[in-house]
Design a protein around this ligand. Structure first.
Ligand code: ATP
Ligand code: RIB
Length: 309
């Protein structure tokens, strides 16, 4: 059983279903509104846990009702929340999500307490990094804290996975302590300057990361699957053909699934491709369900659909 530590966000998602995402200046009507547990960090932690990993989170909520609800969601899934801190001033993170008829979304995140996690709290969380095999982070918490956690993780010989989402330019120092980077096409373009539309372009973008010290690159390509790039290979692992109704947390369920199965002691082309194929299975189920956390499947469900893995 892989042990995974996730530094990341916990958000309350406020989700509205719309026919089309409105244009600037346009007002539209929607028939549904729901509050659903989310946040990239929490979603990835839940996906890893539901796929069989032992999981802890390093995160921060506000002193409010949303924070309480979201922390208890993690606990229901038996994720360690000892290092989920509470901020005195900032409210728990929120995400405003519009999902259109084809299941695609637009998201605005109000980070709140997620960005308030500080050095002292990271120092208090070192034990969780020590206990883990794999440490994951995204960009919904402060970059300096991710750098601190990844540096510590590498000192301790752990595998680090960076999901650079939401997209932004980053300091190369972070890439030097990243073993596997998992951007989607947009994030890959922002970080490398290469537009990724096909295998050659995925390889070109991947090489930019490899030159900066990352060991493996996995670029997720939505319904096309994911490109896996290493020093001497680049392959597309196709997605499963399903009827997507809501792609929120597609990337998160993919990353959580990957971390639960990754052969972290010996990552190579063959086992990474196999692991990415498992990630595609997990996320193919998530995109057929509404919302973030409620859409993430358990290993049992993945096996029911795709057989033993
Ligand atoms: P999000 O931000 O919506 O969570 P993302 O942009 O980070 O997602 P994507 O590249 O859209 O990530 O999707 C991640 C993975 O989910 C893909 O690699 C694929 O395995 C799966 N996936 C996404 N969309 C579909 C789809 N329409 N059909 C099947 N699988 C899908
Ligand atoms: O990746 C999906 C997540 O992004 C949502 O749950 C939302 O909270 C934002 O963080």
């Amino acid at each position: 059983m892989n042990k995974v530590c996730v530094l990341g966000s916990i958000n309350m998602d406020l989700v509205v279903k719309v026919n089309e995402i409105p244009r600037i200046g346009e007002t539209i009507l929607s028939k549904s509104f729901e509050k659903i547990a989310g946040g990239k960090g929490a979603n990835q932690a839940i996906a890893a846990r539901r796929c069989g990993a032992e999981v802890s989170m390093i995160a921060k909520i506000g002193k409010d009702e949303n924070g309480k609800i979201l922390k208890s969601k993690l606990e229901e899934d038996k994720i360690s929340t000892e290092c989920v801190f509470e901020d005195e001033k900032e409210a728990t993170g929120m995400a405003f999500i519009m999902v259109n008829e084809s299941g695609n979304n637009s998201i605005v995140v109000v980070s709140g307490s997620n960005m308030a996690i500080n050095e002292e709290e990271i120092d208090t969380s070192i034990q969780k990094i020590k206990e883990a095999d794999i440490v994951i982070a995204q960009f919904e918490t402060a970059e300096e804290m991710t750098l601190k956690v990844f540096k510590k993780a590498k000192e301790l010989g752990k595998v680090t996975i960076l999901n650079p989402a939401p997209a932004k330019k980053i300091n190369d120092e972070l890439l030097k302590v990243t073993d596997i980077i998992v951007p989607n096409e947009t994030e890959a373009e922002v970080l490398t300057g290469v537009t990724v539309n096909n295998l050659d372009e995925a390889n070109e973008a991947g090489k930019v990361f490899l030159e900066k010290g990352v060991k493996f690159v996995v670029i997720t390509l939505g319904s096309k699957g994911a490109a896996v790039i290493g020093k001497d290979f680049c392959e597309i692992v196709p997605a499963y053909k399903v009827n997507a109704i809501d792609t929120t947390a597609a990337g998160d369920s993919f990353i959580g699934g990957v971390s639960s199965k990754l052969d972290f002691k010996n990552i190579n082309k063959e086992n990474l491709i196999d692991t990415v194929s498992f990630g595609n299975k997990v996320s193919s189920i998530a995109v057929q369900r509404k919302g973030a956390q409620p859409s993430i499947p358990y290993l049992k469900e993945v096996k029911e659909v795709y057989g033993d893995y």
